[in-house]
Design a protein around this ligand. Structure first.
Ligand SMILES: [Zn+2]
Ligand SMILES: [Zn+2]
Length: 729
């Protein structure tokens, strides 16, 4: 990554006398290399994993010390000096640094981008506030700093920095903190308020399969990846929690990754009854909450969070759990395109600890590893509930106009009459996915994307779900002028509307990104449902994930045909995962469940795999198909997306890279494209893609990196590299 001559980028600096300390800095910028700087002695000893301010371009930037003891091959080059050192101690130890470097190489990320993603948890130092109780004592150490506290005892780092503008401010601040003259002021945070979700009762005993799984996890020393594969309702959570308990009892810490913020309330409720010190991490936290969690890291027993929680350095982490490992939200779609599940396994390897991947519907990636013996397979074949999983009732929707069929409405009514609850799943927000003119056939599209606009009737808007564009619903067709616009298909809003008119007594709520404004709101809706104040939830994927509602006895899949015909080879796998997850939400308590699936395509082969076929047969069939086709997880793919506001230059850049790949990469790597992406245009940018494939998985992605770093893509073209792409749209 560091190349000879990088440092010549910096001009107008003093000549460095030899011998001198040099460091490589991963500057927080999407530039594909590290930069060498001089390390001033006054900042103490440089160490990898420390954040620093460096001069960059015309300003200063934050970066992280990537490597120390760098020797420059050319002693006469001119180097700028590091301005300031933000952290007293490395944020990562050597094992985590090693892990980060491997991640950076694998995902072909820019070191600065990788470091910025990884260290985002450390927060903004400027926002921290410091209190000086005894300015006189401080003045013995640092007179100038003490003077800043003359009029006010508490100041933010940003204010202090303005008062002491010289380089090395943070270094001085750290020294004062270390000497005990300054203490951090923390806001009272709502983080550890008592959870609103009622906790599930703790089962007294484990069933034999759970006990076996727990024993295997507890008795396997060192690095060990486990695939905990149990059908929905089979008690995977209980296994994680007991394994975590054993770790915590021996004085160490456990990290639990969950796919969505929406799941953290339920996890908090589960954890709160069993652990004393839990912490939560996700993108919805305020700065104050982040700082507090950061400060508490050494004392935390269990940390639960979404994918970015992986980067928090729990000092005594001895086990990682990835719940719902198949979930696509573990894949980051911008910056460093990492997969949190795969990075969790890598981290566990680096730290020599167990990692448990839990799921009812394994990803084919993990299934392959288990089938080939690299992951230990732990199976929980039975449901804990005292009755078998319900059979699927298929409702043929051919010729039915409404979103909800008569049999499904009748079942909803019966369920309510018995005092039980139901869930309706439809993975489409809004009122209807398109508005069509019945006179001329015109369908309004987004002006910036190749995407139909979704009708949101309540707000009287047409919205683009790709870029967020919104406009008023036209009164008449803008193409032919006829007043003949008709909503096409159905979204959650329309289902809600039909439900309200057909079953006016049904107390229901909608659970999707439009209806749920924030986490508090989400927790309230889930809490209301849990406590029986609601009879029915209508929702998208938000509904699917891991919730446990013992009184739900009816699950309706409103449109099972959605998502099956997408031009993505994972479409079938994903559809199966979603439908299996959603149907697994029923009959988890004392009452047996019922599942109704509405479809216009009742003969579709994937439908027979729901409920009827054992999950491992479905997985084995799909896995052997992928093997025959040489698709992932057997081949390794790298997708490169080129986008620009003018289609021509994006295409040219893609062609140029394709030619270089053909000329310089080993023959085992095939390069497909360039072709327009399945979604050709998003937010005014035209998109083209190259897909590099290698069956042997030997050279990709490593051989690609040096090649791409030599190719200059025009500034107007954005190039995104996605290793192991999960999204082919
Ligand atoms: Zn028209
Ligand atoms: Zn758009």
């Amino acid at each position: 990554m560091h190349k000879k001559g990088d440092a010549t980028l910096f001009q107008g600096t003093k000549r460095v006398a030899s011998p001198f300390l040099l460091v490589d800095i991963a500057v927080f910028a999407p530039l594909n290399k590290t930069f060498t700087y001089q390390w001033p002695e006054r900042l103490g000893e440089p160490r990898p994993g420390i954040r620093v301010y460096v001069p960059f371009g015309r300003g200063r930037r934050l970066g992280m010390v990537w490597r120390t003891a760098v020797s420059s091959s050319d002693a006469s080059i001119e180097l700028k000096a590091v301005i300031d050192c933000v952290d007293a101690w490395p944020l990562y130890d050597s094992r985590r640094m090693q892990w980060l470097e491997r991640a950076c190489r694998y995902y072909m990320a820019a070191p600065g981008e990788c470091a910025e993603t990884a260290l985002a948890w450390a927060g903004n130092e400027d926002k921290r506030r410091w209190n000086c109780a005894d300015a006189a004592a401080l003045s013995l150490l640092d007179e100038e700093l003490a003077r800043a506290f003359e009029h006010r005892k508490t100041l933010s780092a940003a204010t202090l920095r303005k008062k002491l503008p010289a380089p090395g401010f943070y270094h001085r601040l750290r020294q004062a903190v270390d000497a005990g003259h300054l203490t951090e002021v923390l806001n009272k945070s709502t983080l550890h308020a008592s959870p609103v979700m009622p906790a599930e009762p703790v089962p007294e005993r484990l069933i034999p399969a759970q006990q076996q799984a727990l024993d295997r996890i507890s008795h396997t020393p060192g690095f060990a990846p486990f695939l905990l594969f149990g059908c929905t309702g089979s008690g995977k959570t209980e296994v994680y929690l007991r394994a975590a308990r054993r770790k915590v009892d021996s004085g160490s810490q456990v990290l639990i990754l969950v796919p969505e913020i929406g799941l953290t309330p339920q996890w908090l409720a589960r954890l709160a009854t069993r652990f004393e010190h839990i912490a939560v991490w996700h993108s919805g936290l305020s700065d104050a909450q982040r700082l507090q969690t950061r400060r508490e890291l050494p004392d935390v027993e269990v940390l639960v969070g979404t994918r970015s929680a992986l980067f928090l350095p729990l000092p005594r982490c001895s086990m990682i759990v990835v719940d719902e490992e198949h979930d696509t939200s573990f894949k980051q779609q911008e910056g460093m395109h990492y997969h949190a599940r795969d990075l969790a396994v890598l981290l566990a390897q680096e730290m020599d600890i167990p990692v448990i991947l839990g799921t009812a519907t394994p990803s084919l990636e993990s299934w392959r590893q288990a089938r080939e013996g690299r992951y230990q397979l732990l199976e929980l074949p039975e449901r804990i509930a005292p009755h078998p999983a319900p059979a699927i009732e298929i409702v043929d929707m051919r010729g039915v106009e409404a979103a909800l069929s008569e049999p499904l409405l009748a079942a909803l009514g019966e369920t309510k009459a018995k005092g039980l609850q139901s869930l309706l799943y439809l993975n489409r927000r809004g009122y209807s996915p398109a508005l069509m003119c019945t006179a001329c056939g015109d369908v309004p599209e987004c002006p910036s994307c190749s995407f139909r606009l979704t009708l949101h009737r309540r707000n009287r808007q047409l919205r683009c779900h790709a870029c967020g564009f919104a406009r008023h619903v036209p009164v008449a067709c803008e193409h032919c002028g006829e007043d003949a616009l008709l909503p096409l298909g159905e979204g959650t809003e329309k289902v809600e509307e039909q439900l309200a008119s057909a079953l006016p007594d049904l107390r229901m709520a909608r659970l999707d990104r439009d209806a749920i404004r924030n986490e508090t709101h989400l927790m309230r809706v889930l809490g209301d449902f849990s406590s029986g104040k609601l009879d029915c939830l209508v929702g998208t994927q938000m509904l699917v994930k891991g919730h446990h509602f013992p009184n739900v006895t009816l699950v309706g899949v409103v449109n099972a045909d959605l998502g099956l015909s997408l031009p993505d080879f994972r479409a079938g796998e994903r559809w199966w995962q979603q439908i299996t997850q959603v149907t697994g939400r029923t009959g988890r308590g004392r009452h047996p469940g019922r599942i109704m699936v509405q479809t216009r395509n009742p003969e579709a082969p994937w439908l027979s795999r729901i409920g009827g076929e054992p999950a491992c047969d479905t997985l084995d069939t799909e896995l052997s198909l992928r093997k025959t086709l040489n698709y992932p997880p057997f081949a390794r793919w790298v997708r490169i997306i080129f986008s620009a506001t003018r289609s021509g230059i994006a295409m040219q850049a893609a062609e140029c890279v394709a030619q270089a790949c053909a000329a310089y990469l080993p023959e085992s790597i095939t390069c497909m494209g360039p072709v327009p992406c399945a979604i050709e245009r998003i937010a005014t940018r035209y998109r083209f893609e190259l897909v590099l494939r290698e069956t042997a998985r030997k050279h990709l992605p490593w051989r690609l990196m040096p090649l791409l770093s030599r190719i200059a893509v025009p500034a107007a073209v954005r190039m995104r590299v996605d290793v192991d792409p999960m999204d082919m749209m």
